[in-house]
Design a protein around this ligand. Sequence first.
Ligand SMILES: *Cc1c(COP(=O)(O)O)cnc(C)c1O
Length: 429
Amino acid sequence: MKQTDSKKLFKQALNVIPGGVNSPVRACRSVGIDPVFIDHAFGCFVYDVDGNRYIDYVGSWGPMILGHRHPQVIKAISTVLERGTSFGAPTDLEIELAEMVIAAIPSMEMIRMVNSGTEATMSAIRLARGFTGRDRIIKFDGCYHGHADTLLVQAGSGVATLGIPGSPGVPESFVAHTLSLPYNDIETIQKVMGEQGEKIACIIVEPVAGNMGLVAPVDGFLNTLRELTEKTGSLLIFDEVMTGFRVAYGGAQSLYGISPDISTLGKIIGGGLPVGAYGGRRDVMEHIAPQGPVYQAGTLSGNPVAMAAGIATLKEIRQPGFYDALDEKSERLTAGLRSRAEQIGIEITVDRVGSMAGLFFTGSEVKNFEDAKKSDLEMFSAYYRGMLQRGIYLAPSQFEALFVSSAHNNEYIDQTIRAAAEVFAEIKG
Ligand SMILES: *Cc1c(COP(=O)(O)O)cnc(C)c1O
């Protein structure tokens, strides 16, 4: 497979962009290659600058649930461009998207648009602290909530890939109020909340963890968080930046039947443009400026082009049967991977919630970050490279999920399974 132009561009990029990438997760260091530069994308495919076509399971890290360049999304963006690109003043589009989100996720009674998932979680934490008058927060090891200072503790995603616990540049005093506990560990959270629940502003959690690979919540875990926060007057924040509109139209909270106090969104609600949002209980959201004293602002927040892309995306995915079809395809993929690995005699653990899935190279169950780290990373690297060579584009890290879009069809899913079987056999040797 030719990658001359990608290599040339990467060399050029390294000179002007740290690591040659604008987000560390795009670097392919942990899998031992240089990143592929993308020229364009369509449907379930991305095309690199070297002329190769790949079946895409990254989907821009989650947003592209309709695949690339969905005609309705492109049309909505083109139409709104005739009105302008940014006004810094309210528009009808912000209300339309807000109303759609609130209809989909009833725990969000009011919503504020921002520009990224990071901004959403950072603002949600500030709001929880402002509302409760408490400083301390709880998160879980291996969950990633964006790169805000207070949340970069035992984080997943790129932080996990780099194998670092936190980040230089974050003063210890900034994270002194952040407690990170093991995911899915009901006993530990009960103990900690029993001891210091009255001091906790909020618990923030990925209701389905997608930033340490894919780790589903065990029975009772999310319910326990809801009960404990209710009892102690802390707020429960579901970080649904990845899971919102991904695992179901109503997000993970609709799957598990839990109403958090605040939810954060991103990725899919922007339809491929930069959008984040946070929202929740009306009495809590009314603490946000200018209605309340908790300050949060944004020059480009609620940007009309981004709102139009989000609205068009939501209109497509709320069609009856959309998620059932996506679920079926995703199950075909994960079942296929599992059965091929078994035939070949490679120990893997595959988990899936809706169209999010993860594959670990370990035979034992993965319930938390410690378990995830037991995956054989050498095997993952070999798997990644083998798949890329066969035209399958995966996230270049063990600690990321894969995403199926409505543009993937059975033919391409079967092609993916065949490629994986070849690579499994190669790894097995
Ligand atoms: C991607 C992600 C974020 C951060 O969103 P950005 O738009 O990259 O800032 C936060 N939380 C979760 C759960 C995510 O998956």
